[in-house]
Design a protein around this ligand. Structure first.
Ligand code: ASP
Ligand code: MG
Length: 408
């Protein structure tokens, strides 16, 4: 019997009953003969509440002190869960990120895991103890507490599964798994039995909120077997792995929506070499992540270049480019944050040129205008008006998944 890493999100440990439920899942796994390392998030909205508390005292608190504060949320859920397991009569120990050996870089609030020193965990597992580890945290080389960025407990769990060479990393949450689209806003969705790392990464990055995208990246790199499942329903979840069985009827696995998008258009640029290079190196220097890029065909010696960025970077991008209006020589910048990106993802679309056309047809039939398009081997994204976004997801989903009869 091998080692299983189980991660429980904030909604799974929100109150005493839910913690007991998690303790039951962990001890049942242990009773079946597995070694278990469980990684927990903070209870419910604890992390948000802690941030609100900090803002009451000092809205400009240093990131170091924020991490000192935020790391306490996971200590609460882990100690309580260990107490629940003690009460059930099993050997258990809870460990903070640093006790568990998580070493990170220095970036408070968004630290990267550098390595995990597993001696303590291995010694506990050797004694047949159940190990509960706080997600989302580690220490840097100053031995100060760092946190891994919001939603970072998934990444803690996958990192442990990788270094401990676990047989399986289960991510327990409040939904049954990964769906063809967000079941809360789209009708007729169904749960996927399997999905590839690449598809999951695209979906996580493109707005599906089931897994932290850094955790998927890491799972792919270290070939960690992942499963996303509900801590409440007891139903089988979605397996995330290198190669998934491609569904027969559809080359698409899911439809995702991202409203955190803004579009900038530089209008009236000189049509000459080096312009794109100048624009995007200026933005890169300011650490602005650019997504879809579109260049129009030149006319009268000018051309337009439009691109999308996250909403948080919109003003910064505008400012940087306006400061360089003389060297770039454009006429004006047009900025629009009333847009959303809608994407289809599927490893099966590489060899199926009809997939994009099917998506565009669904939008055309619904009278939805496409502002920009970008494609890769496993995805097609379009930019639409934010007012059309929900309808766009629904009609695209209907077009690709109606043959499954909907429901789940
Ligand atoms: N508690 C942290 C957060 O809310 C980490 C996590 O939940 O994964 O972002
Ligand atoms: Mg959380």
């Amino acid at each position: 019997m091998g080692l299983i890493v189980q991660k429980f999100g904030g909604s799974s440990v929100a109150d005493a009953d839910k913690i007991r439920n998690v303790a039951r899942i962990i001890t049942e796994t242990y009773r079946r003969g597995h070694s278990v390392v469980a990684v927990l998030s903070a209870q419910g909205d604890t992390t948000d509440d802690l941030i609100a508390k900090a803002n009451e005292i000092n809205p400009r608190a240093s990131m170091r002190e924020m991490d000192m504060l935020l790391s306490t949320g996971e200590q609460i859920s882990c100690s309580l869960c260990a107490m629940a397991i003690e009460a059930m009569g099993y050997p258990v120990v809870s460990l903070t990120g640093w006790q568990a050996g998580f070493r990170t870089n220095a970036t408070y609030g968004n630290a990267r895991i550098k390595r995990v020193q597993t001696e303590r965990i291995l010694a506990e597992l050797d004694k047949k103890t159940i190990v509960i580890v706080t997600g989302f945290q580690g220490i840097n080389k100053l031995e100060d507490i760092t946190t891994l960025g919001r939603g970072g407990s998934d990444t803690s769990a996958v990192a442990l599964a990788a270094v401990l060479r676990a047989d399986l990393c289960q991510i327990y949450t409040d939904v049954d798994g990964v769906f063809t689209a967000d079941p809360r806003t789209v009708t007729g969705t169904h749960q996927l039995a399997e999905i590839t790392y690449d598809e999951m990464l695209e979906l996580a990055t493109l707005g599906a909120q089931v897994l932290h995208n850094r955790s998927v990246e890491m799972a792919k790199r270290y070939n960690v077997n992942l499963e996303v499942l509900s801590s409440f329903s007891g139903r089988p979840g979605t397996k995330v792995k290198e190669v998934a069985r491609i569904m027969e009827k559809s080359h698409v696995s899911g439809v995702a929506k991202d409203k955190n998008v803004a579009r900038l258009a530089l209008v009236g640029l000189a049509d000459q070499p080096g312009i794109a290079f100048k624009i995007f190196s200026l933005l890169a220097k300011e650490k602005v992540n650019v997504d879809i890029i579109l260049q129009s065909i030149g006319r009268n010696d000018t051309k337009d270049i439009s691109f999308t960025v996250g909403k948080q970077d919109m003003e910064k991008a505008r400012r940087v480019l306006e400061e360089h209006v003389d060297s770039l020589g454009f006429d004006h910048i047009d900025v629009n944050d009333g847009v959303a990106k809608v994407s289809i993802v599927g490893a099966g679309m590489i060899n199926n040129p009809g997939v994009a056309a099917k998506m565009f047809e669904a939008l055309y039939n619904a009278g939805i205008n496409i502002n920009m398009i970008s494609t890769s081997e496993i995805k097609v994204s379009v930019l639409v008006d934010v007012r059309d976004a929900d309808r766009a997801v629904q009609v695209i989903h209907d077009r690709f998944f109606a043959e499954f009869g909907g429901g789940s």
